[in-house]
Write a protein that binds this ligand. Sequence first.
Ligand code: IVH
Length: 688
Amino acid sequence: MSGDALSREEAVARIDRLRTELRRHDHLYYGLDSPEIDDAAYDALFRELRGLEEVCPDLVTPDSPTQRVGAAPLVSFGQVTHFEPMLSLANAKDEAELAAWHVRIVRLTGEAGLDPGALRFTLEPKIDGLAVSLRYQRGALVSGATRGDGSIGEDVTQNLRTIAAIPLVLLAGGGPVPELVEVRGEVYLPLAAFERLNESRLAEGESTFANPRNAAAGSLRQLDQRITASRPLSMWAYGVIAPSGELPPGQWEILRWLKEHGFRVSRDVRLVTGLDEIVAACRDWERRRADLDYDIDGVVVKVDSRLVQQALGAAGRDPRWAVAYKFAPTTAQTRLLEIRVNVGRTGMLNPYAVLAPVEVGGVTVSQATLHNEDDIRRKDLRVGDMVIVQRAGDVIPQVVSPLTDLRTGTELQFAMPEACPSCATPVVRVPGEVAVRCPNPDCPAKAVEVLKHFVSRGAMDIEGVGDKIVQRLFDLGLVRDPADLYALSESDLMPLDGFQERAVTNVLAAIAGSRTRPFSRVVFALGIPHVGGQNAELLVARFRTMEALQAAEVDDIAGVEGLGPVIAESVHSFLHEPKAAHLVRRLAAAGVRMEAETGSAPVGDGILVGTSFVLTGTLPTMTRDVAVALIEAAGGRVVGSVSAKTDYVVAGDSPGSKLAKARKLGVRELDEAGLRALVESEADSGLD
Ligand code: IVH
């Protein structure tokens, strides 16, 4: 779709749609570490949006995904504001785009009154991991954060400290250390370690990570530092910022500065002149890609001189002076065995491909997305075809095209079922949309998807209640809608096979703990079509309470900056369905939060408001997450280290130095039973 082919009205609608989609994918990728689409597909959406905005500049809003970086951080870690935003990189998808970038750099350098003849470029691998920023004060590591939304990241200091490649104190060999510096780099899991980790997870019956990037992100964003420490994470450093001190004049010397101060810098970095050398080096890397011990998805080309970098500046979220040359995505051939259809949360029928298992870029692929029926038609995919499958180093593989030359004539055309595969209700085609929906409000497949969404990580984040348990609870008739979760009792769960006493306690505690999720999570968890995490936040920021949201007219909602008429209509009609209104009432009665928190601190109604806890050691029956959930559900706060202000230390088996410190400071001590008693006294004094 190109910008000039659309009418104004169509462009408005398409832009709205693209922004909604991109925000959702940002949230999935940055917020939840579970992307649905690969980089190439994301980039295509992003480019399309940017193209449309270039054609219609008056439609650019400050909250467009083109105007900012990533998604909001999760609530479970503290926040760190980066000294300077952590920028993103523009992509060059082939050599022609790389050449175009080079031409532009030469021109802009000349226009800035600098000598383009003196341009040099530093080339670094684009490591597929997760960007972090490390702050050193007088040479000591004081905090470390993820990228988050680019301006504010999650405070993962404790976890970063466990990574051997990160110096806790800057090495002084590199001369005097500036008062304050922020070092930027990429945390990653070496391929061998990734494979070992997945093997041991399989052996323990746990789910495996789809790729090293997810494994690195999942390992770094653990509330329990010990889990992070058990994973052999590493880091390549590639940048440094010093608000107070002098830094070398170019990127090449900065890399040396980093090495001299104790960081790991890729051995393969290069300093080159001119486009020919850039292209030759990129080709060389692409050839050697498979020999490396870590995943790279491209080469980052940076103008070396910081003076030139400053003159070139940034365009939106991308610096003009750097570009990521992306390697061609990995593809393979296999047979399309079957096209199946599943029913989504909103009743949408989603076709997907079942493939003969094939290895693509080191991962075995047996399923791929097939967006919708039109997509299947456009690509002319037929069941039985040999197809090209693509995985751009990321998660969900795509079917690119059929190999029509290999057809035998026995291949079958696909038609969307006329009836819902779950409840057999005749499906309806949504006018003006390619989608086909099951219109039955009581479709069991929908109900299960609604539940899965409700408990999922970005929503109510109910740990221990995964897809399988949701399905089982639904099949047994114990849980029909999200409000039923809050009525579950031990006697409901105990008889389920595979459930032991400890698991039951943990699940019930996790459900109870979800009552204090922020209101924006609740709005997101309801599963309103078009309302992802960010739109939920916008709604909550404007309306504050469920009551106000339910009372809002379509125009009131459409008037919120960042929400268009499509979303407004969707929110309004969803909340006015009797079924949704009923659900909201029951959730409220179950104690789920129905209004925005005042201020930014987590506020509970419980008796533990304002009380801080430190956890140390292993508790006999509760996991750490459950203990945290119990404390937070009662309004308390769990902090990382003991100070004189700590109210309680909860100690289990083999407690660490925290307990010793707590004793020294006279902090009150609790064991698991003590914690339970304290939290239960809260439940007794509760509002219901
Ligand atoms: S520089 C100046 N250098 O790519 C722009 N980024 O798309 C800031 N990345 O968030 C990034 N290797 O996570 C830079 N050698 C490298 C990199 C690199 C990987 C990642 C990084 C960043 C993303 C930007």
